[in-house]
Design a protein around this ligand. Structure first.
Ligand code: FAD
Length: 311
């Protein structure tokens, strides 16, 4: 089969990898400029040099045997590392969170910076359409985007899929990325649930990272929802104050500060691995089918490929 995959995050790339191994010709499209999705890494140029922040997923765990085996391969290739500060079973991308995705994407045909807006019938199959994209001749399409973005792509083609996706809602998350002129003098690298913060971590202490002292902090879901339309600069100021409170001291001078809004950060869960309509030749995968975790996204994509014909 010729398969188009819309969304090259962890779910879409896991599906792409397995379909390719089954002999299918796969093209993935992603509106982002490079690998990551919500396992994102933001790079910032500062007077002290380039600083990288993992501003989406902070770490991941592996419990399913198939995913454990894949993580072991990534570990052998050096693109993931253990991060004991977050737990004995915590893994991170190395040297940045998106490293394992980059490794998978490099072996696939991924078209970055291409947002797909519509699927159009093409003979017995599908074409994909977006700004600057009009590619035809696909036998099947996999949609691997957050739940809230599914319906726009499949409402006309498989209305039941659109309704299922519309029933799953994600929680937003405002994220602070801050680099400092000196270390924050606190003994721990990870802080969980402190005041308005759901999480804060010394990003520069993760394995494989270098450069100035850098922290990432995530606001609580309720706080993020209440401030969803706030200005990023105002949010950054509020989150910096929250971080100072969490560490119990004034922070050193900042050399870079910004805030990022994840409108769809932590998904809900539909309660099944993946969805496949063999008649239409359309499948859905992503964390929102199983659970809001990196491992769930991978499993969803991997298992979708398993139920597609000839995989
Ligand atoms: P995504 O990563 O969202 O990938 C979807 C891709 O589709 C994106 O690359 C996007 O650019 C692309 N796309 C969307 N629409 C289109 C379109 N129309 N055309 C083309 N491309 C499109 N998980 C953990 O396990 N541990 C954690 O600590 C953790 N913390 C998190 C903290 C935050 C702030 C966030 C945001 C997430 C966190 N997660 C965590 C969740 C984890 O990141 C996700 O579960 C996982 O990355 C989802 O992968 P996915 O492939 O399903 O979706």
């Amino acid at each position: 089969m010729r398969v188009a995959i819309i969304g090259a995050g962890m779910a879409g790339l896991a599906c792409a990898e397995r379909l390719r191994a089954g002999g299918h010709a796969v093209v993935a499209y992603d509106k982002g400029r490079g690998p990551g999705g919500r396992m994102a890494t933001r790079r910032m140029a500062t007077a002290a040099g380039e600083i990288a922040f993992d501003h989406g997923a902070q770490y991941f765990t592996a419990r399913d045997p198939d995913f454990i085996a894949r993580v072991a391969q990534w570990h052998a290739a050096g693109v993931v590392a253990r991060w004991p500060a977050a737990g004995d079973d915590a893994w991170v991308g190395n040297p940045a969170m998106n490293a394992p995705l980059r490794a998978v994407a490099d072996a696939c045909d991924v078209r970055w910076g291409m947002r797909i807006d519509a699927l159009v019938p093409d003979g017995g199959g599908w074409g994909v359409r977006g700004e600057g994209v009009a590619d035809d001749g696909y036998d099947a399409v996999v949609i691997a985007v957050p739940a809230e973005q599914v319906a726009a792509l499949v409402a006309a083609q498989v209305p039941a899929f659109a309704r299922q996706a519309e029933g799953v809602r994600s929680a937003p998350c405002w994220t602070l990325m801050a680099a400092f002129s000196a270390p924050v003098a606190v003994a721990t690298d990870v802080i969980r649930r402190a005041g308005m913060l759901d999480w804060a971590a010394r990003n520069s202490a993760k394995p494989g990272r270098s450069g100035p002292e850098a922290w990432v902090a995530h606001a609580m879901p309720d706080w993020s929802r209440d401030h969803l339309e706030a200005e990023p600069a105002a949010v950054a100021t509020a989150l910096l104050a929250g971080l100072a409170e969490a560490v119990g001291q004034d922070l050193p001078a900042t050399i870079a500060v910004t805030a990022h809004r994840w409108r769809y950060a932590r998904s809900g869960a539909l309660g099944c691995d993946a969805l496949w309509d063999g008649h239409a030749g359309i499948g859905l995968c992503g964390d929102w089918l199983l659970a809001p975790r990196v491992e769930s996204a991978w499993l969803s994509g991997w298992r979708l490929a398993e139920v597609m014909p000839g995989a």
